[in-house]
Design a protein around this ligand. Sequence first.
Ligand SMILES: NC(=O)CCC(=O)C(=O)O
Length: 260
Amino acid sequence: MKWKVGLIQMDIAFGDPKENYKRAEQWFEKAAEQECTLVVLPELWTTGYDLTRLDEIAHYEGEDALQFLKEQAVKHRFHIVGGSVAKQTADGVKNTMYIVDKNGRMLHEYSKLHLFRLMDEHKYLIAGEDEARFTVDGEEAGSFICYDIRFPEWLRKPVLNGAKVLFVVAEWPLPRLDHWQTLLKARAIENQSYIVACNRVGRDPHNIFAGHSMIIDPWGTVISEGGEGEELLTGNVDLGLIDEIRGRIPVFDDRRPDFY
Ligand SMILES: NC(=O)CCC(=O)C(=O)O
């Protein structure tokens, strides 16, 4: 399977879903012009980290955000890894990613497993308990949200069940840009998998965000990397490369799971 992926490295209007829908719609137009076949949005792309106003701005059961993603996918005939949105549930608000295919079918829902205390997530959000593994175009993949990438054992899990590409959506601040780049490269190399990671840019009242969205191949080579401004970052993902790399260094055959 080959995809032309488009990473929407956008700025996000703080606490203003209506404005962010408009912006996302324009980015989707650009992705269609570039003939992308799979498009990725960043974390919390409708609200940003306006956590104190979630009562007002979180999406009731995620419904309107999911509907928007489905319509855009059908309109442009591409798959969408829908970043994440603040989903209001009966138990509290989750940081939730939706993945929809080009026919407007929801393929997968994943809520962030690891809440990031440094940005107060633990005070306003509840953690998810979903599996990270899903299938798109018949290919196994994994879904992760930002801080999740610091937990290698969590990214390993879908890979041990066949995942070849790991999608990451983020609002990762600039002061830890080197962590972002290093962790993503390590996750690609150790898992011999593609990493497709979309980060936001711009600033909110508390943070400046790093951009530097990345597409990394299973050898750890960075195929495309964004700068620190808004852009649609594109690159080709060829899942045929996975078997070649895993054959070159057979890490998965050489594991000693009896010891760990
Ligand atoms: N939104 C996040 O989860 C940020 C994670 C982060 O910045 C980190 O250093 O980890």
